[in-house]
Design a protein around this ligand. Structure first.
Ligand SMILES: [Cu+2]
Length: 163
């Protein structure tokens, strides 16, 4: 299933995982958010852009500092914000166009991915250990699976959503 957010929900050791300074870009284009689903590190900048010749806003419906709302009145404008609290997922809405939705997975570590058109994903660089891997998809919800991986071992984890 495409546009599914996959992340390691439990088992990642506490530690200092460097946060990229490059922003994750979320565009408003053709009255849709592009991309619709993305992952971002807690504290990493998110660049919200408006490519349309119409008014949008960005309404983040998260907890704590992941809750904000600002207008995007100008074509080509960009506003950078940080979502600082780990939270999977934070809904991003445009109140002008109720169908516009995006979802950001805000994670304290770098072990997350969004599935491609073929439904595949890859989580790389994990240390060995036992992890809970969770998948979230907007229409069908969440599923999780526990997996044990050795150092430098490759494992395939197929996550199947129930009916
Ligand atoms: Cu809009």
């Amino acid at each position: 299933m495409a546009e599914t957010f996959v992340w390691v929900k439990r088992g990642i050791p506490d530690g200092d995982y460097p946060i990229p300074s490059d922003p994750v870009v979320v565009d408003q284009r053709g009255c849709e958010f592009v991309p619709r689903v993305a992952g971002v590190r807690a504290g990493q900048p998110v660049a919200f852009r408006n490519a349309d010749e119409t008014l949008h806003n960005v309404h983040a419906v998260g907890s704590g500092s992941n809750r904000f709302n600002f207008g995007m009145p100008l074509t080509g404008m960009e506003v950078k914000r940080q979502l600082t609290e780990p939270q999977v997922m934070v809904t991003i809405a445009c109140d002008v166009h109720p169908w516009m939705r995006a979802w950001l997975g805000v994670v304290r570590h770098p072990f997350f991915a969004v599935t491609g058109a073929d439904g595949s994903y890859a989580l790389t660089g994990l240390p060995g250990g036992t992890f809970v891997v969770e998948a979230w998809q907007e229409a069908v919800g969440r599923v999780e699976q526990t997996v044990t991986v050795g150092d430098r071992e490759q494992r395939t984890v197929d996550l199947t959503f129930g009916q």
